[in-house]
Design a protein. Structure first.
Length: 278
């Protein structure tokens, strides 16, 4: 039995960047760069790409990687890796996002080590401290709060925790700007405003969730069979399904950051990063 494997979910379809896993990034396709980063992790015994597309499968095999064909009907990458994991004899599975070529091997190892060191944890993940107010307020940046032992208490797109003495919610009535039909069902708009006497002395921060997960195999298979709960449907965050079911998610603070490739502009930015690091 293998102790830990990394599985990279990859699908060809993408709204903003079709064929994203096979997009070229300075001489290598995106999925190959992610595969090589995951393969460099010291605690990973094998890496697999789980895909529903024969083109991706063939490319992975061509550069010497391992690939598994999965159903095209999966709603999420987690469901896809769960199907692949059923036939892999291992204890721990790390879900490495297929569009993050700058994921560091150390980050993969950290997710594995969290599960090795704490038998109470069913899932592991990472978070990075941020004081950037744009990130804190962004609905596209997921935040997490942890208890004193490092277990996740909640994930949200909203800024958590809420700094009562430094932040203020402004309620703006914008019904007059809407057609009558919409205005009848709309009461107010919420806008976050940061209130601080001296911006140079800001003390607030949040933990930005980094989208890499380690799963005990049995936890991953159980998770894939669960139905969506109310909180998950509201926030559109599947990790809330795990918390609502009582699964414990251990979180480690990391100093590293990464970003996903979703657009042509992201590819251009990634090439700039590679040029700077070479």
């Amino acid at each position: 039995m293998l102790r830990a494997v990394a599985i990279i979910p990859a699908r060809f379809a993408s709204t903003r960047l079709p064929g994203k896993p096979l997009a070229s990034l300075k001489g290598k396709v995106l999925i190959q760069r992610v595969y090589e980063q995951a393969s460099s992790a010291k605690l990973i015994d094998a890496v697999f790409v789980a895909t529903d597309d024969k083109r991706i499968f063939d490319v992975v095999i061509s550069f010497g990687g391992k690939a598994v064909m999965t159903s095209s009907g999966h709603a999420s990458g987690t469901d896809r890796i769960a199907e692949a994991a059923k036939n892999i004899d291992c204890e721990i599975i790390v879900n490495v996002q297929g569009d993050e070529p700058f994921i560091r091997p150390e980050m993969v190892d950290d997710t594995v080590k969290l599960l090795i060191d704490d038998p109470r944890a069913a899932i592991s993940t990472l978070a990075k401290k941020t004081t950037n107010i744009e990130e804190i307020l962004s609905l596209n940046v997921v935040k997490v709060v942890m208890d004193n032992e490092g277990f996740a208490m909640y994930f949200s797109r909203s800024p958590i925790p809420y700094y009562r003495d430094e932040w203020q919610v402004q309620i703006t009535d914008y019904r007059t700007c809407l057609p009558d039909r919409q205005a009848q069902n709309t009461d107010f708009n919420l806008v976050f405003k940061v209130q601080t006497s001296d911006p140079r002395r800001q003390t607030f921060f949040c933990y930005k969730h980094i989208g890499i997960y380690g799963f005990r195999k049995e936890a991953l298979l159980d998770f894939s069979l669960m139905g969506q709960g109310r909180l998950e449907m509201i926030e559109k965050l599947e990790q809330l399904r795990a918390l609502a079911s009582g699964m414990k998610i251990k979180v480690k603070e990391t100093l590293y950051d990464t970003f996903g490739i979703d657009t042509v502009e992201d590819l251009r930015k990634a090439e700039e990063w590679l040029n700077l690091s070479s």
